[in-house]
Write a protein that binds this ligand. Structure first.
Ligand code: NCC
Length: 276
């Protein structure tokens, strides 16, 4: 198979990865009393379009980056899981338009998801590894973590905050793009929150700047900018096919290698800005 160019890859993702969020009319949710807690419209119908967006990875290499001002200058900013801004503004900024969280964060005791103020800023979007078939009923009966139980509890406590759940099909459509563009067989686990959020932003924004997903000269074994824990697998991947995700993003980058080296910064075009 021949290696696709950056523009070809961008087109594949634009055409083959559908950004869909759960709505109350979808089975098997439609039959459940709490389905009315789900947003009635698609996230892409409710928010944006934004001009410029920043995707802020949680990588340790953001530490001492001084990128906070540059990140905050974007019209919308997405962050992940338990990544804080308080105390780290200089490096990661303070604006949070969206927060994408995995179901582990919603369920684990340590994250205090229901009560922590960390999650109350911006629009929440959550996801849980679905079955490869992406069958909603199958997933509903066998989620990795109790995403739906926690969703209902959170909604009761924070009725005003928009909160979407990604359709698990998106994970696998994106996974398939990674696999089809790699020679090796990759692990059958969904892409990381970072890549899911990047593609989500490409559907909401004209231009997307991704920070420290491709590591800069500050590359470190420090896992997160907000924790002391070190593990190279955080940057290279263990469960998620992270190394392959990064390879794909590198190929789609419209920015310079210099920007990656100095700012850990990648520039990706929004889906509405190019034709296939
Ligand atoms: O670590 P995590 O990701 O929350 O990071 C968010 C996204 O930033 C990018 N990243 C992070 C660290 C790093 N050194 N380099 C990076 O490029 C990745 O794109 C990553 O997705 C996740 O993807 O949801 C993940 O979540 C954590 C964990 O569940 C949460 O942080 C909550 O504690 C996972 N860690 C573990 O399960 C131990 C991680 O594998 C993936």
């Amino acid at each position: 198979r021949s290696k696709l160019s950056g523009p070809e890859l961008l087109c594949q993702i634009k055409e083959m990865v559908q950004i869909v969020t759960l709505t109350p009319d979808m089975e098997p949710f439609s039959a459940l009393p709490w389905a009315s807690q789900l947003p009635p419209r698609q996230i892409t119908a409710d928010i944006g379009p934004f001009k410029t967006c920043a995707v802020v990875s949680s990588a340790g290499s953001l530490k001492n980056s001084g990128l906070g001002k540059e990140i905050d200058a974007h019209d919308a900013v997405i962050r992940f899981n338990a990544a804080p801004t308080t105390g780290f503004e200089k490096d990661v900024g303070s604006k949070t338009t969206l927060r994408l969280i995995n179901s582990q964060v919603m369920a684990s005791e340590d994250h205090h998801f229901l009560s922590s103020s960390l999650y109350s800023a911006g629009i929440l979007v959550s996801w849980d590894p679905g079955p490869y078939s992406s069958d909603l009923r199958e997933w509903f009966n066998k989620t990795d973590y109790p995403i739906f139980k926690q969703y209902q509890r959170y909604r009761r406590l924070h009725r005003q905050q928009p909160f979407y759940i990604l359709h698990p099909r998106m994970e696998w459509q994106l996974w398939q793009r990674i696999q089809d563009n790699m020679v090796e067989t990759i692990q059958k686990n969904p892409p990381s929150s970072g890549l899911l959020g990047t593609v989500l932003m490409m559907s909401l924004c004209e231009v997307v700047h991704v920070y420290e997903f491709l590591p800069s000269r500050r590359k470190t074994e420090l896992c997160h900018y907000y924790q002391r824990f070190s593990d190279a697998a955080c940057t290279l991947g263990a469960y998620h096919p992270l190394l392959y995700e990064k390879n794909l993003v590198k190929r789609m980058n419209k920015g310079s290698d210099r920007d990656i080296y100095t700012h850990g910064k990648v520039t990706l075009p929004g889906f509405t800005t190019f034709n296939c």
